[in-house]
Ligand binder design. Structure first.
Ligand SMILES: [Fe+2]
Length: 182
């Protein structure tokens, strides 16, 4: 009987990367679904975007899961930490947490894509998938920022902020603006 070949170091690392992303994609899908349900009737367009994003993330997790299996590794079922709504979390705070999650995903995909690209042509299909995921995530980030931009004008807060926001929410809008501009 032939001895089991030592697994390629890059293949193991790529499975580790994909498993890390599977955990984050499951987490963000759950988070966006929950937040979308709480935004119902508040930010209708954003609610639809979040639902669509959750579906995208689950599909991406499914693709990565099949790829990890293809490389004869066990796909992760560990869900990364989720930022859950609480009774005291108002809609804008939810949006801040979603913005952070999307920004983290963009940064993580960029980092992972760079690492995968260095591994060479052997992992071309994974690299291509990460390029697509990154494009998608950047689109989600841009539409989030576009949506929130009307609430970010600090120079004339009284005029630019929706009068229905409470003082606490206005503070959060400023925090949000700093994150976006950061
Ligand atoms: Fe995503």
């Amino acid at each position: 009987m032939a001895t089991t070949p030592v697994k390629d170091k890059n293949m193991l690392r790529i499975c580790q990367i994909m498993n890390e992303d599977i955990g984050h994609l499951y987490a963000s899908a759950i988070q966006y679904k929950q937040h979308a349900s709480l935004l119902e009737g508040v930010f209708t367009q954003l609610e639809a975007d979040l639902k669509e994003h959750a579906d995208d993330d689950l599909q991406q997790a499914a693709w990565l899961t099949e790829k990890v299996s293809f490389y004869n590794e066990i796909p992760s079922i560990t869900v990364a930490p989720i930022i859950s709504a609480t009774p005291s979390l108002v809609s804008l705070e939810l949006l801040i947490s979603d913005l952070i999650t999307i920004t983290n995903a963009v940064n993580r995909f960029r980092r992972h894509l760079a690492e995968i690209t260095q591994m060479g042509v052997e992992f071309g299909s994974v690299r291509k998938f990460y390029e697509e995921m990154l494009d998608h995530e950047e689109e989600h980030l841009n539409s989030f920022k576009n949506f929130l931009s009307p609430y970010m004008k600090e120079s004339d807060p009284a005029g630019d902020l929706d009068s229905s926001f409470t003082d606490t929410q206005i503070v959060d809008v400023v925090k949000l603006a700093n994150i976006i501009r950061g």
